[in-house]
Design a protein around this ligand. Structure first.
Ligand code: FES
Length: 103
């Protein structure tokens, strides 16, 4: 499948550090804004699939609401076992909108 930048949300809809669920091409993705940076991760926990967008951000770690697994929003790695991870998508802020690259 070709890579494609998908418009997912208005930047103004993202509150600092608060996960925001979107569905580019029907995929479960969450957006997170920290300062001028925007991150996009798979919105499905690597443990049992809970939506990570309902979790809480603690520094760079997003805590799953179901059983407290924590994932680094920069690379998607599980904090306690980095060989486990959730998918991370390239994201960018452009013209007041958030774009995510899906491949
Ligand atoms: S489903 Fe996320 S920690 Fe269990």
């Amino acid at each position: 499948m070709a890579e494609e930048w998908i418009e997912t949300a208005e930047a103004a809809a993202l509150k600092e550090g608060a996960p925001h669920a979107v569905f580019p091409k029907g995929l479960p993705v969450l957006l997170l804004r920290r300062g001028a940076e925007v991150f996009a991760l798979e919105n499905r926990c690597a443990h049992m699939g809970c939506p990570l967008a309902a979790g809480r951000l603690e520094g760079w770690l997003l805590r799953c609401p179901c059983h407290d697994w924590r994932f680094d929003i920069r690379d998607g790695r599980f904090a306690d076992a980095p060989e486990i991870s959730v998918k991370v998508y390239p994201a960018q802020l452009r013209d007041g909108k958030i774009f995510v690259r899906i491949s």
